[in-house]
Ligand binder design. Structure first.
Ligand code: GUN
Ligand code: ZN
Length: 503
């Protein structure tokens, strides 16, 4: 039991939680976005991150602080919170990212954990090895062994009330990720980042990001707080939360701004090519793209005392949309329509659609934490047919007993009939007793023009019921289902096309 993390609400594998950070004396609401602060370049003052953007926690890099003479002694003397001017929770990274980028760093886990303790870090990180995607298995296993040792060294260190990360590596091998998650969970460390995701995130390989997260989650305790290291693009937050991530860190807002890139919930645009800002954040409300481009030439606006550069303003917009999306994700969890939000985001980019489809491959895992009742289920795309609620209904059908002769029909019950029972059929769920019509998820809003995927799912529901009741005589009245849906109905179920019957 991890007593510093409490889960308040669930939707799919997403949750709203509270992470208690004792050293900072604060409790952070999750999902949380930790802006990445470069200790050398404060693109946005940390005080403003808290006051104007609502950041409760941020992340900076203890390795950079330790290896920069100009700031190391100041940070040691003042402490990290005073140095940055931020009194929320501060997580620090260890230099692992530099290790992955440059192949070598001059610090051990023991030394960097002690340094993090000295500067007043609230959540520290050992020197894990971020094994990149697509390496051979031998390397992934060898480097996992080094990460295991780093976790052991962190456990042995004197940490007081500082929380410590236990990164989960394993490259693109789901079984290694799962094993690494199980191992990390068994340590007495506190927060569980899924690591080495940056190469996958940068190339929009969201399906593999979801696979890695789900694999790590299978190994981790269900109540472990999970951080998706290096993820903070607003486009993928809903997907990553639905897969079970609680913490994110965004360097994207600042890095993208440096290249003139403007983040939106459906991708990344170039300031250079924009004529309008589709956003209403303070930056977009007060500037046009052309004005921002002009700032670049002039270096700040001449006629005001605002000396922010185009890069800073872009960074602010990028962070505003990211926090806005995070609030939208939280609201969706509360209402129980997170998967609908993910579905909407998946329409913004094909790579996101791959991510959603991969997430739905794990509908059985999502089902374990999905609430039994929430706001109405909306059928908004054929991916909706694979949602955990549909699966749960089918599991239920496989346990329901029916009388000897039963009619399952999409139309109203005929007024005179000689069946023992007449049940409704509603794609994508399939059959159910009329008494359940007003219960979740059968209250679903489904379009008049149902698609083939919903009909196939309904046929699978019919099959579940038929399998559970091998002796029952079952007749299905369907409203002109696609041939592939009719084919998915077991042969022993008699089918009638209501359209042909004129009903
Ligand atoms: N930042 C982004 N990815 C990683 C990772 O895998 N490990 C650490 N320590 N920091 C990261
Ligand atoms: Zn904006």
């Amino acid at each position: 039991m991890r007593d510093h993390f409490e889960i308040r609400d669930h939707d799919a594998a997403g949750r709203i939680g509270r992470l208690e950070v004792p050293r900072a004396g604060v409790t952070v609401e999750t999902p949380a976005l930790l802006p990445v602060v470069n200790p050398n370049v404060l693109t946005i003052e940390p005080r403003r991150l808290a006051e104007e953007f609502g950041a409760e926690m941020l992340i900076t890099n203890s390795y950079i602080i330790r290896s920069t003479d100009r700031i190391r002694d100041r940070v040691l003397e003042e402490g990290l919170h005073d140095f940055l001017g931020f009194d929320g929770a501060i997580m620090t990274d260890s230099g692992s990212f530099q290790l992955a980028e440059y192949g070598d760093i001059d610090v051990t886990t023991e030394e960097i954990i002690e340094f993090q303790r000295q500067i007043g870090t609230d959540v520290a990180t050992p020197v894990d090895v971020p094994t990149p995607p697509d390496v051979d298995r031998e390397r992934a296993e060898r480097e996992l062994e080094t990460t295991r040792q780093a976790l052991a060294d962190a456990e042995a260190a004197e940490t007081g009330d500082m929380l410590v990360n236990a990164p989960v590596q394993g490259s693109t091998f789901p079984d290694l990720r799962e094993e690494a998650g199980r191992h990390a969970s068994a340590t007495d460390l506190d927060v569980f980042p899924v690591g080495a995701m940056v190469p996958l995130l940068n190339s929009y390989r969201y399906a593999e990001v979801v696979e890695a997260v789900r694999a790590a989650k299978r190994g981790l305790d269900p109540d472990a707080p999970v951080h998706l290291f290096g993820a903070g693009h607003p486009m993928m937050l809903a997907l990553a939360v639905a897969a079970g991530c609680d913490l994110f860190d965004s360097a994207a807002y600042a890095l993208m701004a440096r290249d003139g890139r403007y983040l939106t919930v459906s991708g990344t645009e170039h300031l250079e090519e924009m004529e309008y800002f589709p956003c209403s954040c303070p930056v977009c409300a007060e500037h046009t793209p052309a004005e921002l481009r002009e700032l670049d030439g002039g270096g700040g606006s001449a006629d005001t005392d605002d000396d922010r550069t185009a890069e800073q303003l872009l960074a602010e917009h990028n962070l505003h949309v990211t926090f806005e999306e995070l609030r939208r994700v939280k609201a969706a969890i509360r209402s129980g329509n997170l998967l609908q939000l993910v579905d909407r985001r998946a329409r913004g980019h094909p790579a996101m659609l791959d991510g959603l489809r991969t997430l739905l491959d794990h509908a059985d895992e999502l089902e374990e934490t999905d609430p039994v009742s929430k706001d109405a289920f909306f059928y908004t795309s054929h991916e909706s047919a694979r949602r955990p609620e549909v699966r749960r209904h089918h599991d239920r059908l496989s346990r329901l007993a029916v009388p000897d002769r039963i009619l399952l029909t999409e139309s109203d019950a005929p007024s005179d009939h000689d069946y023992d029972a007449v049940w409704r059929v509603k794609p994508p769920f399939g059959p159910f007793p009329r008494a359940l019509s007003e219960t979740y998820p059968l209250t679903a809003e489904v379009p008049e023009r149902v698609d083939g995927a919903a009909q196939v799912a309904a046929a699978e529901g019919v099959a579940s019921l038929a399998d559970a009741n091998p002796d029952a005589e079952i007749v299905l009245g369907h409203d002109d289902w696609a041939p592939r849906a009719v084919d998915a109905v077991p042969d022993r179920v008699e089918t009638e096309n209501l359209r042909h019957l004129g009903r």
